[in-house]
Design a protein around this ligand. Structure first.
Ligand code: PLP
Length: 365
């Protein structure tokens, strides 16, 4: 049994490994004229981690949550900060005081933003979002978008139209391609014709758009990306896209959980099968008696336990409940015991929950 005073579950974050990822991505982008907004929402904006994004050369620190931007500011991280979820109208006063940049898609909100900027005697720059088919935020009607742009340009003193942007691959699962980017550039040019000047920024998307930087196919006028996952875990481009991302560390985050029970048990529940802890009707495979371990970690901490990636060979996550994870360890030869610590790689979903759980101890190394 490992004797230690560590509190588990423990999420260990290797800042050097993360810093390498940031610098690699920022350098590759900067070679093709792209500035990076480092997106900190995936790890709930833990300030020590967010700081690496600034030190590693991200031009902007970005989050969907003002609370995370506030934490970063209080920690002493120099912005500029960018809010990347279009704001709730009731957030506008805090948006103006906390961030210099935001993504926007509603003219009534932008008008209110201008009023608030006047009240606080501040300037704020915005990126107008164009919906290019993924069907989340942004103008669908591009004439309406050009009219909005003209209104911002002519009538709003304290709001500056920095550029336009889009988001892909989130709701509608639309793949970012050079064709999509060229459509976005056409929208930008239409707006430039309308307002009579060049836009400073055309923001081509998130991690999934970094694929075009990797491939060398990004159209020239795209000069801004908002990148989170591709820096933090670097998992999706390798696993979902089949890219060789060997220049990035996929193991900057390590989840450590402790074994609280090890026993040989049947694999098929005994009695009348009804519903599980969450009211789901489940199926179970009868594999006879097998050795199983329980971890002191549950759905409350990690949401989807089956998405955890064990670093230990020959173990299988069977599932769990709010506070337990059940693992098949029959085929493992390490003679696992109560008190042993198992290590896992994490994915985006589990990272979101783990970094937001007050029951998970987070430690930067
Ligand atoms: C979350 C988000 C991003 C970053 O996405 P990743 O896939 O983590 O790179 C970029 N833009 C917007 C609008 C987002 O909401």
């Amino acid at each position: 049994m490992e004797h230690t005073t560590n509190q588990y579950p423990l999420l260990e974050i290797d800042l050097k490994k993360l810093r390498n990822n940031i610098e690699q991505v920022v350098n590759r982008c900067s070679k093709v004229g792209i500035e990076v907004a480092g997106v900190i929402k995936g790890f709930n904006g833990i300030p020590q981690v967010s700081e690496q994004f600034k030190l590693g050369g991200c031009r902007y620190i970005a989050s969907s949550r003002l609370e995370q931007i506030e934490d970063a500011k209080n920690y002493g991280i120099e912005g500029p900060f960018m809010l990347i979820r279009i704001p709730m109208p009731t957030e506008i006063p805090r948006l103006v005081s906390l961030a210099e940049y935001s993504l926007q898609s509603e003219i009534s909100v932008i008008d209110a933003l201008n009023e608030e900027c006047i009240r606080q005697n501040k300037k704020h720059s915005i990126i107008l979002m164009a919906d290019m088919g993924d069907l989340r935020e942004g103008f669908w009607d591009k004439d309406e978008m050009a009219k909005a742009a003209l209104h911002i340009e002519k009538d709003l003193e304290n709001v500056h139209l920095l550029g336009i942007g889009t988001n892909l691959g989130c709701y509608g699962s639309i793949k970012p391609t050079p064709e999509k980017m060229n459509e976005l550039i056409e929208v930008a040019e239409k707006i430039e014709d309308t307002i009579g000047r060049q836009l400073e920024v055309i923001s081509g998307g998130a991690t999934s758009s970094f694929t075009m930087v990797h491939d060398g196919t990004m159209p020239k006028r795209i000069n801004h990306l908002r990148i989170g996952e591709g820096i933090i875990l670097a998992y999706d481009l390798q696993k979902d896209w089949g890219y060789d991302m060997s220049y990035l560390n996929m193991d900057a985050f390590t989840l450590k959980a402790q074994i609280i029970e090890v026993k040989d048990k049947p694999t098929y529940p005994v009695g009348e099968i009804f519903i599980d802890a969450f009211g789901n009707v489940c199926e179970y495979e009868d594999r006879g008696i097998r050795r199983r371990a329980l971890l002191g970690l549950g759905k409350l901490d990690a949401c989807d336990l089956t998405k955890l990636l064990p670093r230990t060979e020959n173990i299988e996550i069977l599932g769990g409940s709010s506070d337990h994870t059940i693992i098949d360890v029959e085929d493992n030869t390490d003679n696992l015991q109560v008190g042993d610590i198992l290590e896992f790689d994490i994915c985006y979903t589990t990272m979101l929950f783990l970094t937001n759980s007050k029951n998970v101890n987070t430690q930067c190394i």
